[in-house]
Design a binder for this molecule. Structure first.
Ligand SMILES: Nc1ncnc2c1ncn2[C@@H]1O[C@H](COP(=O)(O)OP(=O)(O)OP(=O)(O)O)[C@@H](O)[C@H]1O
Ligand SMILES: [Mg+2]
Length: 377
């Protein structure tokens, strides 16, 4: 790319020799944030290396491109540019459309440059990519929300459990009465009532599982295969009812540190979701694979649970870890994955979702390897 020194520097740089000028160019070019400059027609006249990599365009395509094609919202870009020309400096939150992939959240700091007559000639913008930061903020908000709900829920569940026990007991007493056997309406009403109570008890037990921003039991060294075997046993009724074929590839020596009950819950939630996703499928398969890996310098294990179900569309995928987000109507509470995400985070791990081929999804749960094992080896 032919290096173009933005007009902003020209006056000062005229005083510098070619060598010094090249140093300044290199500083701007290597700057960790994206920097671009656009002329009064809104055409990009300069872009540093980071701008090229963040926007996904090679430098030759970027130069001459309109800023209206770069930012996601042309109207807001127009309003922003007019404000910048008036004020001389502007900081806004915006989104850019990279050449491929999803929009990127950025903080844009822009500076307007004017000629001697005071007419606007060029602007100079520094763009900070805040996608990761926003993701972290969303996760933190979900986690705080979950833990707050967890604390309230524990109190409510405790308070409703006594009247529920009474209602259940009354149902049982009625069913022991002599006329119960002859009265079909009474029988169906009592069953209706008992079903409703069972449902409330089921939901309230799930609410009790909400983590309160902490691991719920002492951390011990656990064998991952044991956790998954237990989770498979808990989901067995659903798996066999739907005739789902489960194949697994699990080395026995993968150890992690954590709380058995909580980690088991993670895999029960993922397996249960996989079963639900397979309900209408003709080819009902779940495969479980454990591999050893290194993520961001942390040694760990990945449990990949793949199903051949309906899959998750992009607009649903971005919300599945939100507490109470469900696509299952009355059949779902929408807390399974929110809880799982929270538990895995509390254990220092992460969950990733990818598409399975030809259909379905793969949930990859990463957990750090046990500290004890690492020290011993
Ligand atoms: N394997 C999967 N295939 C397709 N969609 C899935 C899968 N796993 C999760 N989902 C989607 O993610 C949503 C959220 O899942 P989550 O487990 O949190 O709640 P839920 O299953 O709806 O209710 P519950 O609280 O009873 O688990 C589901 O409603 C579903 O749309
Ligand atoms: Mg679920």
């Amino acid at each position: 790319m032919a290096k173009t020194i933005p007009a902003f520097f020209s006056k000062e740089l005229r005083l510098l020799n070619a060598n010094d000028r090249s140093v300044v160019e290199d500083i701007v070019d290597d700057y960790p944030d994206a920097i671009h400059s656009s002329n009064c027609d809104g055409e990009i006249v300069y872009a540093n290396k980071k701008a090229s990599s963040l926007y996904g365009y090679p430098p030759e395509e970027l130069i001459g491109m309109s800023i209206y094609d770069l930012y996601s919202n042309p109207e807001r870009t127009h309003v922003g540019l007019n404000k910048l020309i008036k004020l001389g400096k502007l900081v806004v939150r915006s989104k850019i459309k990279p050449k491929t992939g999803e929009a990127i959240d950025v903080i844009v700091k822009s500076y307007a440059l004017y000629d001697k007559a005071g007419d606007y000639v060029q602007s100079f913008s520094v763009l900070e990519d805040i996608t990761e930061h926003r993701k972290f903020q969303r996760e933190l908000a979900n986690s705080n929300r979950l833990s707050m709900i967890g604390k309230f829920a524990a109190g409510i569940v405790h308070d409703i459990s006594n009247p529920l026990t009474i209602i259940k007991g009354v149902g049982e007493l009625i069913s022991e009465e002599p006329r119960y056997k002859e009265d079909m309406t009474l029988q169906s009403n009592v069953r209706f009532l008992q079903n409703a109570v069972n449902k409330i008890q089921h939901y309230s037990r799930r609410l009790l599982d909400l983590p309160n921003s902490r691991i719920s039991a002492p951390v011990t060294q656990l064998c991952l295969v044991e956790i998954i075997t237990e989770a498979l046993a808990m989901t067995e009724p659903k798996l066999s009812k739907l005739k789902i074929n489960v194949d697994s590839d699990m080395p026995l020596d993968c150890l992690v540190d954590g709380c058995m009950h909580q980690l088991e819950q993670v895999f029960i939630n993922i397996l249960t979701n996989a079963c639900d996703a397979l309900t209408d499928s003709s080819d009902r398969k779940i495969s479980i694979k454990i591999t050893v890996c290194d993520r961001d310098g942390i040694e760990g294990v990945v449990v990949a649970i793949a199903d051949s179900g309906i899959g998750i569309p992009a607009q649903v995928r971005s919300r599945i870890f939100e507490p109470f987000y469900t696509t299952k109507g009355e059949q779902g509470t929408g807390i399974g994955l929110a809880i799982s995400h929270e538990i895995v985070s509390l254990h220092g791990g992460s969950i990733k979702i990818t598409d399975n081929q030809p259909t379905g999804v793969v949930f990859e749960v990463f957990l750090p390897k046990t500290q004890r094992q690492q020290q011993a080896s």
